[in-house]
Ligand binder design. Structure first.
Ligand code: FES
Ligand SMILES: [Fe+2]
Length: 417
């Protein structure tokens, strides 16, 4: 196959997915190709939750890459996803993030669409006082809103633009479907939502989520409070083709003091200061799923994250904004049958996560540090060799970057790089 100009310019190193050329984190042409080859390509994207769409006309806005999308429940109760773009001149039809509408009415010239995206009326279609109006060949039937293919699982709504996308279960693989059913298999209750601007390319955030290596090092809170350490029983499970992953651990199995308690680990320094929790209720938790697994972090290529840290449950999605910035959205959730105590404890544990979370605040910052660090040398590469060079996980271990390499395998395949 002939190499494209872009593939020649990027020149992926011979080490394959054990290297990532820095140019992919800032190049405008790569950013554009990602939109067509990944975001509008054969991939599934998280769009929202059925719990956000209680009634006919309820909607929530989403972004699939740079394409704005309306996810809504139509008059018959079905859930659909439409491109949020008027067929006249392209105006965004809805701009309040969530709400309820009877129809979709464009503010610019009043073209109206029903909840299925069919164009129902055009202002001055027949002109005014017998003059003007649309050309005789104009047909409203030819100007419906573009639709995405939708898949629903356990109240989660995914969409895809491409007819070539495999069915959802084939796309993610059975182990990842099983974890969605494990965490989301009961009616969900949304506890809160927040969002943060990341000063980094979207892929730096997803690499961070797929990387269990950093979790007990960058996040000293994790290791000091023994929430997540690589010395706990745990591992990595791969999704279909290795593109998606789950990292999991069981905090009650930790045997890590000899590693985490000695320098040069940051956790050892902090422990030596005698830091601890004055309010132990932040550490109170129960076994939601009866399997002793206290942490699961799951990704679905390219940008979806399902998180369970003890009883702090959340969906995350990262949306590319520019080659060097992205927006991260969080939805914290529990279950409809949680009692008040459980809901309150989930909210308390939500302090682990989010833009200022005791654990996750460093994730928002560190991508920006990478983005700044790689600024001058677009021809250099990162090195991803922990746990080998390929995308196979190591049984029973998270001391590996295999899931990050798996992301890059999917990325290279779809991008032709
Ligand atoms: S752009 Fe929507 S009606 Fe003109
Ligand atoms: Fe992290």
């Amino acid at each position: 196959m002939a190499m494209t100009d872009l593939a020649m310019r990027v020149a992926w190193p011979a080490e394959g997915v054990a290297r990532v050329p820095f140019v992919v984190y800032s190049d405008p042409e790569i950013f554009e190709r990602e939109q067509s080859h990944i975001f509008r390509g054969p991939t599934w994207h998280f769009l929202g939750l059925e719990a956000q769409l209680p009634e006919a006309g309820s909607y929530v806005l989403a972004d699939v890459g740079d394409t704005p999308v309306i996810v809504l429940r139509d008059a018959a109760g079905d859930i659909g996803a439409l491109v949020n773009r008027c067929a006249h001149k392209g105006t965004q039809l809805l701009f309040v993030p969530e709400g309820k509408v009877k129809q979709l009415m464009c503010v610019y010239h009043n073209w109206c669409y029903d909840l299925g995206g069919r164009l129902t009326s055009v202002a001055f279609e027949k002109g005014v006082q017998g003059r003007g109006g649309m050309s005789p060949g104009f047909s409203k039937e030819s100007h419906s809103l573009a639709r995405l293919r939708v898949h629903r699982i356990c109240g989660l709504i995914f969409g895809t633009f491409s007819d070539a996308t495999p069915d959802f279960e084939t796309y993610v693989g059975p182990e990842l479907v099983a974890n969605i059913r494990r965490v989301c298999g009961r009616p969900l209750r949304i506890l809160g939502q927040y969002s943060q601007l990341l000063h980094s390319n979207w892929k730096l955030y997803i690499e961070n989520v797929q990387d269990p290596y950093h979790a007990s090092i960058l996040h000293a809170f994790n290791s000091v409070m023994k929430l997540d350490r690589l010395t706990m029983e745990g591992g990595v499970v791969k999704g279909a083709k290795g593109w998606h992953h789950i990292a999991f651990s069981k905090m009650t199995t930790d045997r890590g003091d000899e590693i985490y308690g000695k320098g040069p680990m940051r956790s050892a320094e902090i422990t030596a200061y005698g830091h601890g929790l004055r309010d132990p209720s932040l550490a109170e938790f129960w076994d939601d799923f009866g399997d002793g697994v206290s942490l699961t972090v799951q990704t679905i290529f390219p940008t979806f994250v399902l998180q369970q840290l003890r009883n702090s449950l959340a969906f995350r999605i990262v949306v590319p904004k520019t080659p060097t910035s992205s927006q991260l959205y969080w939805i914290a959730f529990g279950y409809a049958d949680d009692d008040e105590r459980k809901s309150a404890l989930r909210l308390k544990q939500a302090n682990y996560m989010g833009p200022a979370g005791l654990i996750s605040m460093e994730d928002g910052m560190v991508g920006g540090l990478v983005q700044r660090g790689i600024g001058g040398d677009r021809d250099k590469c990162s090195v991803l060799e922990l746990g080998g060079n390929d995308i196979e996980p190591i049984e029973g271990s998270r001391a590996s970057e295999s899931s990050v390499r798996g992301f890059w395998a999917g990325y290279r395949e779809l991008m032709g790089l």
